[in-house]
Design a protein around this ligand. Structure first.
Ligand SMILES: [Zn+2]
Length: 244
């Protein structure tokens, strides 16, 4: 039997299995084991593992842990603004988060009935970041882009995502259908006049149409509600850049 000690960064501690939540841990193991495997067996999916060191020297996740190694584990650093807009695929039960992300203009696939297999496949084939609260799902080998949501609250989850993927510069509010994820197109009022309620007809002039599901959008009460959420995020400095 070999042993190795693991020292996790404070933000990773809540992800460890309950009986392991100490700053420095000693783990016993047999045979050849990679750092990734041992860390995942303690509860932390590989998508959350950032820089690693063994005995003070940088190592990769596939490093084979030696007897008496001292491993330090840092969390993944927030991804700063890259050249490609992040796209997402969301696990079931994250419908509210999907709505919020679409409201801010992000391309995210969501439907309540995805199987784990399918989620993993979509994430890999379409290079979409997999958002889930299921750590076992993120431990699948094929997953390279994923994030384990910490909070149960959709608003807090949105803040987590904004921070982790530096989304502020990509925010384009009211450009995507909240129901079906299609990009919205502006539409002339007289083309949809027959479908409007009398008050909507009277007070609003700008409309968008979803080419996917035919839903009409205008800057009415729904808009005000969304605006409030966006302002709230701005106050928290998560979308400051889009306001400049
Ligand atoms: Zn739609």
């Amino acid at each position: 039997m070999k042993t190795a000690s693991f020292d996790f960064g404070p933000t990773l501690l809540p992800l460890l299995k309950r009986n392991l939540r100490e700053q420095e841990l000693e783990i016993s193991f047999k045979g050849l084991q990679t750092t990734k495997h041992l860390i995942e067996s303690m509860g932390v999916p590989h998508t959350e593992i950032g820089p690693l060191k063994a005995n003070g020297k940088p190592i990769e996740m596939d490093y084979q842990v030696q007897n008496r190694d001292r491993i330090q584990v840092w969390p993944v650093e927030p991804i700063s603004n890259g050249p490609i807009e992040p796209r997402f695929v969301l696990d079931g039960h994250l419908g509210r988060l999907a709505s919020y992300l679409r409201m801010l203009g992000f391309d995210c696939l969501y439907r309540g009935l995805y199987e784990d297999e399918e989620l993993a496949q979509v994430s890999v084939e379409e290079a979409r970041i997999l958002l889930t609260r299921d750590r076992m799902l993120l431990m699948r080998k094929v997953i390279t882009q994923g994030y384990l949501l910490r909070s149960l609250s959709p608003e807090e989850q949105l803040k987590e995502i904004m921070q982790r993927y530096s989304l502020s510069s990509w925010v384009k509010p009211f450009k995507r259908c909240i129901r079906c994820n299609h990009a919205l197109e502006s539409v002339k009022k007289d083309l949809i006049l027959k479908r409007l309620e009398p008050l909507t007809k009277k007070y609003f002039d700008e409309f968008s149409l979803c080419p996917g599901c035919d839903q009409i959008y205008w800057k009415g009460s729904h808009f005000d509600h969304m605006q409030k959420i966006i302002e709230e995020l701005c106050r928290n400095k998560y979308v400051m850049e889009s306001e400049r």
